[in-house]
Design a protein around this ligand. Structure first.
Ligand code: SAH
Ligand code: SF4
Ligand code: F3S
Length: 469
């Protein structure tokens, strides 16, 4: 039994980690043939991608996928800790599984992902959710086959969570949900320690994958017919800093672009590490998509300081305008937190002002959610939830209006779209433009998923555009 410990999770040192080739224990191959699995994934793209590795591990064990948790012999929740409602969703699901277990006594239930790294969550599972067969941390996901095996054979709850990041595993099997666009991890963990955020505790120190491993993976994807890769990390701009003296995100982006894959995306970028060289590379290569996610969080310098974001409103705006100037047609999206402890009405109005200035193409807006063990937990918070909700609503009204106006400007123009499928409701094709706009469209000629076509925009909505090939 290994229990998570936040104090340990917080430590950062330059100790070396090794790159280890994953190998699947051949004794377990197909051992659970005839059994079924269901994975419920919460949270970010990193979790979605982890679930693609997990699915492949389960299929090597012989499990077969089903679409409803009520049909599964094995249910795995791949959880997220970022806000309270992510917690609530996972615990709500556990409640439903508890009911199901009254009828199906022998289902196996596992929990992995970020919540597994939280002390308070594991305590609660040990106390109130004794039926959960195992909890597996983010740093030792490669142990999934043996932990499943152990929890079945020993018939007692297994808690296997490493508080510190360990070695970096390469070569985990993967079962991708898409056959034309793929996630590729480039850096794990986060060292930024924004005061509100739990990720540095649940995902550990920043560790970059070797450039050769990344490029090999992308070349394999190209051979398999993939059209788009999204390079993933909590802060992709920090890529390489822990590993190389002279090879960083700008060079990696350039090398990925040179592989010739038709579309390259990356996320997420912290404004702090975004270099001019990166901007130049994005502007230079037509296959690096002109669409950047650049979270601002707040437009008030005082709030940014208390958030530990390491930039000011002014330096954010300077970077923002530089991108707009140097990268043709670039769209920029953002994340905003309202109601951070101590945020005054003036602070909030500063955020509104920045939003009016930047006119973001997309924005994810959140009410601050206290995370246990983070520095912001200790900050005094005088604002009522009603007031925070009211601010969120005011903010959303403005940004939605901006989205609509920006989309309306696109009417009559043409955008390059990667065909993702046909929506069952509308009987129209859908896909994303290079600038990351969701587009529903018709075509006289039949199209294949993965085709890249030019679509003329006929009408604009707040969240999407309609068009025709
Ligand atoms: N690494 C990414 C963020 C990942 S979390 C980055 O720094 O850009 C995605 C978003 O969730 C954050 O940008 C932030 O806006 C929001 N978030 C994180 N912690 C939060 C909290 N405690 N309460 C509310 N929103 C939070
Ligand atoms: Fe969290 Fe900040 Fe790291 Fe993003 S950069 S994951 S918000 S600590
Ligand atoms: Fe959530 Fe963990 Fe991602 S907290 S947002 S799943 S890194």
């Amino acid at each position: 039994m290994h229990l998570p410990n936040f104090l340990e999770a917080r430590t950062r040192d330059k100790r070396n980690y090794s790159r280890v080739d994953f190998s699947f224990d051949s004794k377990l191959q197909n051992k659970y043939q005839g059994k079924t699995y269901y994975i419920k994934t919460y949270g970010c793209q990193m979790n979605e991608h982890d679930s693609e590795n997990i699915a492949a591990l389960l299929e090597q064990l012989g499990f077969q996928k089903v679409d409803k948790y009520t049909q599964a012999d094995f249910i795995l929740l791949n959880t997220c800790s970022i806000r309270e409602n992510a917690h609530n969703k996972a615990f709500g699901m556990l409640g439903r599984i508890k009911h199901l277990r009254n009828e199906k006594k022998d289902i196996i239930v596992g929990i992995c992902g970020c919540m597994a790294q939280e002390e308070s969550v594991v305590e609660r599972i040990l106390r109130d959710y004794k039926f959960v067969n195992f909890v597996l941390g983010t740093h030792n996901m490669h142990q999934l086959p043996e932990v499943i095996e152990k929890s079945i054979q020993e018939n007692k709850q297994q808690i296997e969570v490493f508080s510190r990041e360990g070695d970096l595993y390469e070569g985990l099997p993967v079962l991708r949900t898409n056959s034309y666009k793929a996630y590729v991890n480039i850096i794990y963990g986060c060292d930024k320690f924004c005061t509100y955020c739990i990720v540095p505790y649940t995902r550990g120190r920043e560790r970059s994958r070797k450039k050769e491993d990344i490029l090999n993976e992308i070349n394999t994807l190209i051979r398999d017919g993939y059209k788009e890769v999204t390079l993933l990390g909590q802060n992709v701009n920090a890529y390489g800093k822990d590993l190389y003296d002279d090879y960083h995100m700008d060079q990696l982006l350039e090398d990925v672009a040179k592989t010739g894959i038709p579309r390259v995306r990356f996320m997420t970028s912290h404004p702090w590490d975004f270099t001019d060289r990166m901007i130049d590379v994005i502007a230079k290569y037509p296959n690096i998509m002109p669409s950047i996610h650049l979270p601002i969080q707040s437009g008030s310098n005082q709030v940014l300081k208390r958030m530990g974001r390491r930039y000011t409103k002014e330096s954010y705006l300077e970077l923002f305008h530089k991108m707009k100037e140097k990268i043709p047609r670039v769209t920029i999206s953002t994340d905003i937190i309202v109601g951070f402890p101590g945020e005054s009405e003036e602070d909030f109005l500063e955020t509104m002002k920045v939003v009016e200035e930047c006119r973001f193409d997309n924005a994810f807006t959140f009410i601050f959610s206290v995370r246990k063990g983070t520095p912001a937990e200790k900050l005094e918070d005088h604002i009522s939830l009603e007031e925070k909700e009211e601010r969120l609503q005011r903010l959303n009204t403005v940004i939605n209006q901006i989205f609509l106006e920006k989309n309306q400007k696109l009417e009559g123009s043409s955008l390059e779209v990667l065909v993702e499928g046909i929506s069952s409701k509308k009987k129209m094709y859908f896909g994303y433009s290079d600038t990351n706009k969701l587009i529903n469209f018709t075509s006289e000629k039949p199209l294949e998923v993965g085709d890249i076509v030019s679509v003329k925009i006929t009408s604009a909505k707040t969240w999407s555009l309609d068009g025709e090939v």
